[in-house]
Write a protein that binds this ligand. Structure first.
Ligand SMILES: C[S@@+](CC[C@H](N)C(=O)[O-])C[C@H]1O[C@@H](n2cnc3c(N)ncnc32)[C@H](O)[C@@H]1O
Length: 336
């Protein structure tokens, strides 16, 4: 069933490629070992985002987002005009949940695997429980018994086909958060931050564009937290709200890789200063560091904050003996 499901995703993307260049899939090179690992882990991701079993993981942020959206003064602002950005949106579930609240929502992700799945889930006209997948079949540790490992999960847990017409505006971009939405100054040219005239225009267009930025299990994916924070500040409207939920399990913490980093001139994009090879790891800020920088340097005020919220990720708590992630939640408002 897993391979039939993955085949359906691929076929859909060949027949109805989205704007993020999933074209000519037949000409792509054979998958690398990393691609294969990604495909296995994406089954867990699909379970996390689209199964009823994992609703407990999603409800925490969904309820808080809904509460925030409901508190916006819609007597002066039409709710349908509210713009929400969800960077690192994975396969797009939070986009659906936000769009069902009637707001305009935009997602971005840098993983082609996520984008291919998202295109199918969001545009494939899926009925509720159309697919039965086996997300744990490739995981061999911690099981109480074999039935747990071989358990089937039905996805999606809502009728995407019928609710499509009720969506607010929804779009998704295959772009790194900093690259697509960051400021045109102050961030160095690196693997995360490129320069070309089109990107320069799109970053300028992102300035003060969004009423909400929602980071969900995303903050710890970056190698430079300061770039993420500057990008959130740049693309929020004055008075806009940043909702964050997730752990700080830094993805680059054990890497000894370095990358070339440059200053560039804006406009023009010429390299004006070369900083040589800079470590990818090393900016793994604590939660207090992040909150302090946001509030003392970037003009945010804390509206709500909770720490130590335990959550699973694609695997219900207690199911496999793992304690889960210790998550942080906050809502912060950018100064007017
Ligand atoms: C842990 S997953 C979270 C996915 C989804 N938000 C969720 O909660 O299920 C992190 C996501 O961020 C994406 N990502 C990592 N770095 C990114 C970047 N610089 N810009 C945009 N997306 C990024 C990954 O591809 C992945 O889909």
């Amino acid at each position: 069933m897993n391979s039939l499901f993955l085949q359906a995703i691929l076929t859909f993307n060949i027949e109805q490629p989205a704007g993020f260049a999933a074209r000519d899939i037949e000409t792509w090179p054979s998958p690398s070992e990393l691609d294969k690992i990604e495909v296995v882990s994406i089954l867990t991701q699909i379970n996390r985002e689209w199964s009823g079993e994992c609703d407990g993981e999603r409800v925490y942020l969904r309820e808080r987002l809904k509460k925030c959206l409901d508190h916006v003064d819609i007597s002066v602002r039409n709710k349908g005009l509210l713009e929400v950005l969800n960077p690192g949106c994975g396969t797009g579930r939070l986009l659906v949940d936000a769009a069902l609240e009637g707001v305009a929502v935009c997602g971005s992700d840098i993983s082609i695997h996520m984008m291919l799945v998202a295109n199918y889930m969001l545009n494939g006209g899926l009925q509720m429980h159309e697919w039965e997948i086996y997300p744990f079949v490739h995981a061999f540790s911690h099981w109480q018994n074999r039935e747990c490992q071989l358990r089937a999960v039905k996805v999606p847990n809502l009728n995407l086909c019928n609710i499509l017409s009720k969506y607010g505006r929804m779009e998704m971009g295959y772009v790194s958060f900093v690259n697509g939405y960051g400021p045109n100054v102050g961030i160095r040219y690196s693997s995360e931050y490129k320069f070309n005239p089109d990107i320069e225009v799109s970053r300028a267009a992102a300035k003060n564009k969004f009423d909400f930025v929602v980071t969900n299990f995303f903050l710890d994916t970056g190698s430079n937290m300061l770039s993420y924070l500057q990008t959130i500040q740049h693309c929020l409207k004055p008075g806009g709200i940043w909702l964050n939920y997730g752990p700080l399990l830094y993805h680059f913490k054990s890497e000894d890789e370095t990358e070339a980093v440059f200053d560039i001139s804006i406009p023009g994009g010429e390299i004006i200063n070369q900083h040589g090879e800079v470590p990818m790891s090393g900016l793994e800020l604590s939660v207090e560091d992040i909150v302090r920088i946001a509030t003392q340097r970037l003009g945010f005020t804390i509206l709500e904050r909770e720490d130590g919220i335990v959550s699973g990720y694609g695997s219900p708590l207690g199911n496999n003996g793992l304690p889960g992630y210790k998550c942080h939640y906050w809502a912060m408002q950018l100064s007017q």
